[in-house]
Design a binder for this molecule. Structure first.
Ligand SMILES: NC(=O)c1ccc[n+]([C@@H]2O[C@H](COP(=O)([O-])OP(=O)(O)OC[C@H]3O[C@@H](n4cnc5c(N)ncnc54)[C@H](OP(=O)(O)O)[C@@H]3O)[C@@H](O)[C@H]2O)c1
Length: 328
């Protein structure tokens, strides 16, 4: 089969499109003929040799943990009725998604709901479950005034939709005019380019004196600091990613936040995401159900599997909108 393999940690060019032996499903496993494979920010860090929620892999490795497609082979003890089923899965600890064929545990499979294509299902299994997990930490309603950073991104797109569905006023912050246009089209009441130095003033002007009640923050650093400044007393700063700027650049101390009556909550990685919802599978089910019902509509940017390096480069240079998906 064709797959992307990494032989040495380093730049995106190290991702090689190669022919490798077909994988065989073991007990309790199926093999999936991959129609879509998710690319995650974490994949780019692991490629560089930086551990995150997952340890750095042994090399060579086939990256990728989010897969959707059709079951084409079953393990010895697995019900043959699964053959031909359209499924989506998060592979968990064992990568192998950037490939024409991937092996997955039966216990981790979900049927792709009607109305979703494989790429959309892949977006919901990782990005969607994270979004649903993050949302457990906020109580959004018509009185909420919510800011979302990286609002044109995979998670950001879904957070904007969820907050709008909850009746909130939504401020979508994104880098550059094309992304701002996308964020506005996705339903944000206020869409602002936070690459402009005066973006906080622009948000203030558009909100007519109202402060924010929640900031969903994927960026950290000076952007987070400026967003915290826009929060009302009693507001919530929810950190779920750092996107390169680093959490330590946030200059507010705990005391300063307390003085201003602001709570800062960090929600990172599966253990935090599943804290409220229990098993992470529950979050996956919820995410897929919300998409099937049309309440969340994932945005997807497709790349051919052979151009995984291009997909990584685009993600790292902030050149993507929506969830990045590889198509074999
Ligand atoms: N809490 C968790 O368990 C969890 C799980 C998954 C992902 N995450 C984090 O959530 C965030 C969003 O994930 P996603 O998958 O939806 O990605 P994404 O938003 O689709 O892509 C990342 C976006 O971050 C923004 N960004 C700002 N500064 C950046 C920088 N220095 N380098 C690269 N990007 C930068 C860019 O948007 P702009 O150009 O608009 O700024 C970029 O498009 C990421 O930080 C990710 O690590 C957290």
């Amino acid at each position: 089969m064709y797959a992307i393999r990494l032989h040495a940690f380093g730049p995106a060019d190290n991702l090689r499109y190669e022919t490798v032996p077909d994988p065989t499903p073991g007990p309790g496993q199926v093999r999936i003929s991959v129609a879509a494979a998710g690319v995650h920010v974490v994949d780019t860090a692991l490629r560089r040799g930086r551990p995150g929620p997952f340890p750095v892999p042994e090399l060579p490795t086939i990256p990728g943990r989010e897969v959707a497609g059709t079951v084409d082979r079953v393990g010895a003890d697995v019900d043959a009725a699964l053959l031909g089923r359209s499924v989506v899965t998060h592979l968990g600890g064992a990568p192998g998604g950037y490939a024409a064929l991937a092996v997955a545990d039966v216990a981790r499979l979900h049927d792709i709901p009607d109305g979703l294509d494989a790429a959309e299902a892949v977006a919901m299994i990782g990005t969607g479950r994270t979004t649903v997990g993050i949302l457990q930490f906020a109580d959004l309603g018509p009185r909420s005034v919510v800011a979302v950073t990286a609002a044109a991104g995979g998670i950001g797109t879904l957070l904007v939709q969820y907050a709008k569905n909850a009746g909130a006023t939504v401020v979508g912050l994104a880098g550059g005019p094309d992304k701002v246009e996308r964020v506005a089209a996705n339903g944000a009441d206020v869409a602002v380019d936070y690459l402009l130095p005066d973006w906080p003033e622009r948000v203030r002007a558009r909100l007519d004196g109202r402060g924010l009640t929640e900031v969903f923050d994927a960026v950290g650093g000076p952007t987070a600091r400026a967003a915290i400044d826009l929060l009302d007393k009693g507001g919530l700063h929810l950190i779920y990613g750092y996107a390169g700027e680093g959490p330590n650049d946030i200059v507010f101390t705990e005391d300063e936040l307390a003085e201003r009556g602001i709570t800062s909550q960090t929600v990172l990685g599966p253990p935090m995401l599943q804290r409220v919802g229990g098993d992470i599978r529950v979050l996956e089910e919820r995410a897929l159900a919300q998409a099937a019902a049309g309440r969340l509509r994932p945005a997807v940017q497709r790349f051919p599997l052979s151009d995984a390096a291009g997909a990584h480069r685009a993600l790292e240079t902030r050149a993507t909108m929506g969830k990045v998906v590889l198509v074999p």
